[in-house]
Design a binder for this molecule. Structure first.
Ligand code: HIF
Length: 289
């Protein structure tokens, strides 16, 4: 179902798209009372991140340039389960605006979602070029395994070029959305407001008592008091690892500090490995309301 409009692959095609209009149209796609908690925002953030987080700084491979996430085998990697839902939701906009690349569309969708759900302004640049065919898909295993601990989380994010402070700031995005047993195998939201961008990942993580969930699914935590909220084993490292915890405490106490650091780290994530045209402008979009 992907548009093969060759215009989108011409190197200067990106100049012909009106990104303000596309921002508005993505924002209009967020709400849907029949989907999850009423918003596609969280799954758009996950799409933007998984399109980008395959980057390897040593080999300079992966990342959102090329938009390889839409091709098999990468689209079928276990970590990407469920992201077809987000890509299909965005596909009409690729038809309406053929000059935007998929790499730009998927990353912009993450920016729109963070901002419209109440998060910080995220600086964003256009100019990612799509691969026309399924070449340069990244090998399976570049995205984090939620069942693992701090060594794994560090090795995955250090490979992309992040430090402990940036990794912790990014982790705050798990305030949004939920786990789906038919996608990752895990189940439940991280807090009571999964469609609001807040610092609640850190406040819930540090303030609740987390106990193993009693079920037949993969090992995860639930909050002891209500049993309604969850943490992944990989989330728990931001409480238990002293270096990560230092930043979690800062972000739990100071939402502004979290927003400022998240905005920087998220832009960095979405730009990993991208060869931007020299004249690509930086956008800071205004939210709709
Ligand atoms: Fe996630 N993440 N992520 N994640 N993620 C899931 C869902 C979301 C990890 C695992 C999972 C980040 C880091 C990590 C979002 C955003 C970000 C799910 C559940 C898993 C298992 C998928 C499903 O079942 O639908 C791991 C191990 C990470 C390393 C610590 C980022 C920082 C937090 C980089 C990030 O931005 C979002 C948003 C969701 C919710 C998706 C939804 O459909 O609601």
């Amino acid at each position: 179902f992907y548009s093969s409009d060759s215009a989108s692959n011409a190197s200067s095609s990106w100049k012909k798209a009106n990104y303000h209009n596309i921002y508005k149209d993505i924002a209009d796609l967020l709400e849907d009372e029949d989907y999850d908690d009423g918003s596609y925002g969280p799954v758009f953030v996950r799409l933007a991140w998984h399109a980008s987080g395959t980057f390897d700084k040593k080999t300079k491979t992966g990342g959102s340039d090329g938009a390889t996430i839409r091709f098999a085998p990468e689209s079928g990697h276990g970590a990407n389960a469920g992201l077809d839902v987000a890509r299909e939701r965005l596909e009409p906009l690729k038809k309406k605006y053929p000059h935007i690349s998929y790499g730009d569309l998927y990353t912009l969708a993450g920016v729109v979602a963070v901002q419209e759900l109440g998060g910080p302004t995220i600086r964003w640049r256009p100019g990612r070029q799509d691969n026309k065919v399924a070449v340069d898909c990244t090998p399976d295993g570049r995205l984090p395994d939620a069942a693992q601990g701090s060594d794994h989380v560090r090795s995955i994010f250090y490979r992309m070029g992040f430090n402990d402070q940036e990794i912790t700031a990014l982790a705050g995005a798990h305030a949004l959305g939920r786990c789906h047993s038919n996608r990752s195998g895990f189940e439940g939201p991280w807090n009571a407001s999964p469609t609001a961008f807040t610092n609640f990942f850190f406040t819930e993580l540090l303030n609740n008592t987390w106990v193993p969930k009693k079920w037949n699914g993969p090992f995860q935590y639930v909050d002891k008091e209500s049993g309604q909220f969850m943490m992944l084993p990989a989330d728990m490292v931001f409480r238990t690892d002293p270096q990560f915890r230092k930043y979690s405490e800062i972000y739990a106490a100071d939402q502004d500090a979290f927003f400022a650091d998240f905005a920087k780290a998220f832009t960095k994530l979405l730009e990993l490995g991208v060869q931007f045209p020299e004249d690509a402008p930086v956008y800071e979009f205004k939210t709709l309301e």
